[in-house]
Design a protein around this ligand. Structure first.
Ligand code: B16
Ligand code: MG
Length: 221
């Protein structure tokens, strides 16, 4: 069995389900602008940066705004989102995530966060997982949104590990593409129809072990 050198975890949709909170905050903004915005539209925003998410929503309404207005709207959305995630605690960690991360730590597999969110550190602190992470790369450290691999490549660099020896965990199609583009093995968490480009797709991390992971990836030598 060949264990990975590192596991790189996306945050929203992998560690916690904050997509519902992003949706609620974007929905209020879209309603105020009279732009139709549904939960289905929200799927396209998973893993997408704040500014690109706003552009997508404005595009749905064929609305063109100046830069200052866009910054104001993003600040409003983020203030609302921060209020929604303020109360996040350990109970909000997605099934199996903490147990699998703890197994990685015990086995000497580096644990890295690779999130597009600028609020990632706060979420990790709130749910009590921050001490388990060896490196955190988030929206404050990157210039290119997923599907660009920058966030995961920087994560691997932070721990001086080879992407080919690492596994990325993602819930979004853009994130799966980012991991593959960076040369990582990728596990998709969610719907096979959306995440089919991943090397292995699971509904959640519940019951996941390093042994199951390595077997599924064929890392058995
Ligand atoms: P923020 P991830 C992403 O996080 C979310 O999936 C995406 O919906 C959000 O727009 C993006 O973070 C930016 O978040 O506004 O908090 O900076 O999935 O890459 O962990
Ligand atoms: Mg995600």
């Amino acid at each position: 069995m060949r264990f990975p050198a590192a596991c790189l975890f996306d945050m929203d949709g992998v560690i916690v389900d904050s997509a519902v909170h992003h949706f609620e905050a974007w929905k209020r903004l879209a309603d105020a602008l009279s732009i139709p915005f549904t939960e289905k539209d929200n799927e396209a925003l998973k893993g997408v940066s704040r500014v690109d998410s706003l552009e997508y929503i404005l595009g749905l309404g064929h609305l063109v705004l100046d830069e200052a207005t866009k910054v104001k709207l993003m600040d409003q959305k983020n203030a609302h989102y921060l209020r929604l995630i303020e109360g996040m605690r350990a109970k909000d960690i997605l099934p199996g995530a903490k147990e699998f991360i703890e197994e990685c730590k015990e086995a000497g597999v580096a644990v890295i966060l690779g999130s597009s969110s600028r609020n990632a550190q706060m979420v990790l602190d709130n749910v009590g997982l921050a001490p388990l992470f060896d490196a955190v790369v988030d929206g404050n450290h990157i210039t290119l949104s997923k599907p660009d691999p920058e966030v995961f490549v920087k994560g691997a660099q932070a721990m001086n590990v080879d992407p080919a020896q690492c596994v990325v965990f993602e819930d979004a199609a853009s994130g799966v593409r980012a991991g593959k583009a960076g040369g990582f093995a990728v596990v998709g968490l969610g719907d096979e129809a959306v995440l089919g480009e991943a090397d292995w797709v699971l509904p959640t991390m519940q019951g996941l072990t390093l042994e199951r992971l390595c077997t599924a990836l064929g890392w058995v030598d």
